[in-house]
Each structure stands twice: as structure tokens, then as C-alpha cells.
Design a protein. Structure first.
Length: 476
């Protein structure tokens, strides 16, 4: 019996250690607090996602137009100006998708943007673009054409902490770094706000910014902003002083899509229509500290004959472990190419044709998660080989994916927000550590009872051997 107790104890400890190893992840693995995952917009996390996959939950939204963000046990999404749930911020339970709180901005959150979360505050870019649709005959009276606001909500309750009005619609996501919130206003410039109070730390004016996509990028003490009309600005994150400014040499060129950074470099997607009847998309690499152009790689070269044939698109880059990954949303074409480029040289390591889902890439350790037909496809980042796919009913107008813990969150317009996870993490497929402790405790108790009954049986056996049969009475 003593051997049985030792065996059960070893099993218990083994299960406990293995459970701890399986669930051990850093805070950054479990969170995706802003657009692009981090201030450098790498779209990368050391978390992983492996099949078999199941839908953990689906939260229906009629106008989900925001890339979700994840912080702690909450998922935060915002809805656009369309249909009945426009202009609201939702805090959802990460495990179930149920609503924790809702905040009505009385405005709209522009498509493709995200809230950003830091400490106990949620920062939301709000735009007021005129009266919204009126399905019930009512309207919000505070709407004013072309204005906006950056608001801060309490992460736990959804209550308004502070609001800073803006003279322009805010069409980019905020980026948070070191307790400072960075935001860009079209035709005005770059703002840095104190995260706790909303007070302006500094402002860098730039008129006629042009249309912006993505968000300010913060890397190694510098804020980088890409524009269509004025090129790339690198500003000191502490005081807003200009460090360098890159202006494309071509007359009809600019930045399209968000920036990413790593290994001392900043990577920017550039468009060029200076070549007759061509629309070209390139990826450029700059030294982060000086702005020196290191390389320029042509990724897409499309026929373009304005104004009769309108062709557009953007390159969507991500960075991990010395490699820049990029795909694109190109014109009306339903196909694109997934690229892996050497960050130092710009040489193509591999490329793969995909059916576009129209969103960014999420990098889960060495695996690329790409929204594409038939749903979500995983590629080996080293080789470009497809390793698995998971089918979804619709992949058009995707917001995400973002990966937090062992789940990926994917918003789909007019459908809602999916939480997809490894089947082994769902309660009916897993054996949580609490159950391990309970089961092991029961095993130890049973072993103790068995040991006592064994001693009792030994006494009875000795009695049978030493006493006449007629004198023995049953004891147990």
C-alpha cells in the first residue's frame, strides 16, 4: 500500500507539472492590446495556435468594423456608423463572448481602426461624420460634420474617464507607449497625450497630411507616421522634435498601409503611379535612426488607366525574427501574394499565391495566420508551406486576426466576432488543473482507505489461521 501511495503522489506531481508547463505564458502572449499587437506594429506574438481547432464562441454584430484587441480577461471591439449598433464600444468576456459593458460614443469608429488598452484605460478614436442612418426615426443631436474626439474609458466599468475633442475626424488607431497616447489628425499633425489625464504632451503640425491608414508607430524612442501626400515623418517620442523626413522622389507616390519595425529598421509600403499606365506597390526599408533608404522591393505591378480604370491597393506588412512578411489588398482582384522578405537585403525568401481575405497577417511564433479562402490558413514562416487551414463561412472584410493566449479572434463584417481556439483548451475537451488536483486528492484518499482496509484484512487473516473455524465471526 505504501508503494501505491508513492505511485499516486508521483502521478499527481507529474500531472501538476505538465499542466503548469502547458499553460505557462507571458503577459504579452495573453494580450493583444492595440492595433498591430505592440507599438512597433509587428503583428507578432510568441503565443501559438495549433489544430484541432473549434469555435469557442461567435458574437453576432451587424456592423463590426474594428480590429479587436485583447487585454486580461476582456476582448474590446467597436462598431461603425452603420445599422443599429453603430458607434459603440463593447467589452466582452474573453472566455464566453458575453457583454461586460457597452459604451455609446454617439459617433463612429472608422473602419479598420482599433481601441488601444493600457493599464486600466481603453482609448477609443471617435469621429462625428454627420447624422447616422435612422432606422427608428431618431438621431444623435451631438453629431457635427468632420469633428472627432479621443476618449478614455475605464477598462473595468466602461465609464468615461476623459475626452479630448478634435477638430477633425480621427481615422487612425491610437498607439500607446510608456503612458503616452499617440494619435494623428488628418490635415493637422501628430498629438501626444498623457495617458492618465488626456493633457497634451506635445503637438507636431503637418498640414494636408493626406489619407492615413494604420496608426503611429513607436520604436526605440521615435514616432513614425506615414502619409500619402507628405511621405514619412520620424519624431522624437519625448518632445515631438523632427528627427528625419522621407519624401518619395516620384511625383505621384506616397505611403499606403501601415508601417512595421524591427532590427533597427522601419518598413513602409509605398505606391507609385509615375510610370505610365501602371500602379506599382513596393516595400521600402529605412534605417530607423537616420531615415537612410536601405532597399526598395517591387511587390505588385498593375495596369492603371485613370480615370476610366480605377486600381488601388495597399501592402500590409508584419515583422518577426529578421523577416518582413507582407500581403496585399489589390484592386478588385480576389488573389494576392504572400511574401517573406529578408529584412536586411529585401531579397524574397519565398512567396505564395493566396485568395485574399483583405486583412493583416498575424504571426504566431514561426507560424503565419492569414485570413484567406477557405477561412484561416496557417503557413510555416520559414518555408512558406501551408501547415493547416480552418474553414469559415465567410472571409470578406476581415478585421484581424489577433492572437492572445491559445485563441485567435477574427472579426467579419455583417457576421460578428469569432473566437477560435485549440479544442484541447475547451472545457469538454480538456482536463483543467483544478480537476487534476481534485482527482489526485481523491486518488490519495482512496489509497489511504485501501491501506486501512488492507491492515484490517491482515488482522482477520491472522485470526483465521490461529483460531478454530467455529470461533471466528465476521468483522467487516
Amino acid at each position: 500500500m505504501k508503494q501505491l501511495q508513492v505511485y499516486v503522489s508521483v502521478v499527481f506531481l507529474t500531472l501538476l507539472i505538465s499542466a503548469g508547463q502547458g499553460s505557462a505564458q507571458t503577459a504579452s502572449d495573453n494580450d493583444w492590446p492595440m492595433l498591430g499587437h505592440d507599438p512597433s506594429h509587428t503583428w507578432a506574438t510568441s503565443a501559438s495556435l495549433k489544430p484541432p481547432l473549434v469555435i469557442q464562441w461567435l458574437r453576432n454584430f451587424t456592423s463590426l468594423d474594428s480590429v479587436p484587441v485583447v487585454s486580461g480577461d476582456r476582448v474590446f471591439v467597436a462598431t461603425s456608423q452603420y445599422l443599429q449598433d453603430y458607434g459603440k464600444v463593447f467589452s466582452l468576456d474573453k472566455a464566453t463572448g458575453s457583454t461586460e459593458w457597452v459604451y455609446d460614443t454617439h459617433g463612429t469608429i472608422m473602419g479598420g481602426t482599433s481601441p488601444a488598452v493600457s493599464e486600466n484605460l481603453v482609448y477609443v478614436p471617435v469621429s462625428y461624420l454627420g447624422p447616422p442612418p435612422q432606422p427608428n426615426g431618431t438621431k444623435h443631436d451631438i453629431y457635427t460634420t468632420g469633428a472627432g474626439a479621443l476618449i478614455a474609458l475605464d477598462k473595468s466599468t466602461g465609464s468615461l474617464v476623459w475626452s479630448r475633442p478634435a477638430s477633425r475626424a480621427i481615422i487612425t488607431s491610437p498607439t500607446v507607449e510608456g503612458g503616452v497616447v499617440f494619435i494623428v489628425l488628418d490635415e493637422e499633425g501628430v498629438y501626444a497625450f498623457d495617458g492618465e489625464t488626456g493633457a497634451v504632451r506635445w503637438f507636431y503640425p503637418v498640414s494636408n497630411f493626406g489619407i492615413l491608414q494604420g496608426a503611429p508607430l513607436v520604436y526605440d524612442g521615435t514616432v513614425y507616421v506615414g502619409t500619402i501626400a507628405k511621405g514619412i515623418f520620424a519624431l522624437d517620442a519625448a518632445n515631438g522634435a523632427l528627427k528625419w523626413h522621407y519624401v518619395p522622389t516620384q511625383a505621384h507616390s506616397g505611403v499606403t498601409g501601415g508601417l512595421t519595425a524591427g532590427s533597427g529598421m522601419v518598413f513602409a509600403p509605398l505606391f507609385d503611379t509615375s510610370v505610365q499606365a501602371r500602379y506599382q506597390l513596393r516595400l521600402a526599408a529605412f534605417k530607423a535612426d537616420s531615415g537612410e533608404l536601405l532597399w526598395l522591393r517591387l511587390l505588385y505591378d498593375l495596369p492603371f488607366s485613370p480615370p476610366y480604370q480605377q486600381v488601388g491597393g495597399e501592402v500590409l506588412p508584419a515583422f518577426f525574427n529578421g523577416t518582413v512578411f507582407a500581403t496585399g489588398l489589390i484592386g478588385n482582384d480576389d488573389t494576392s501574394t504572400l511574401y517573406a522578405l529578408d529584412a536586411t537585403t529585401g531579397n524574397i525568401r519565398w512567396q505564395s499565391s493566396i485568395s485574399v481575405g483583405g486583412s493583416n497577417i498575424a504571426i504566431a511564433n514561426h507560424t503565419l495566420l492569414v485570413p484567406a479562402s477557405p477561412g484561416l490558413i496557417a503557413f510555416d514562416g520559414n518555408t512558406g508551406q501551408q501547415v493547416w487551414s480552418y474553414q469559415l463561412p465567410k472571409v470578406a472584410l476581415v478585421h484581424g486576426p489577433v492572437l492572445a493566449g491559445e485563441s485567435v479572434y477574427l472579426g467579419i463584417w455583417a457576421v460578428g466576432l469569432y473566437a477560435i481556439t485549440n479544442a484541447n483548451t475547451v472545457p469538454e475537451f480538456s482536463f483543467p488543473i483544478a480537476n487534476i488536483i481534485l482527482a489526485s486528492t481523491l486518488l490519495l484518499a482512496l489509497a489511504s482507505i485501501a491501506q486501512k482496509r488492507g491492515r484490517h484484512q491482515s488482522k482477520l487473516n491472522r485470526a483465521i489461521k490461529t483460531c478454530p473455524l467455529r470461533q471466528v465471526t465476521a468483522i467487516g
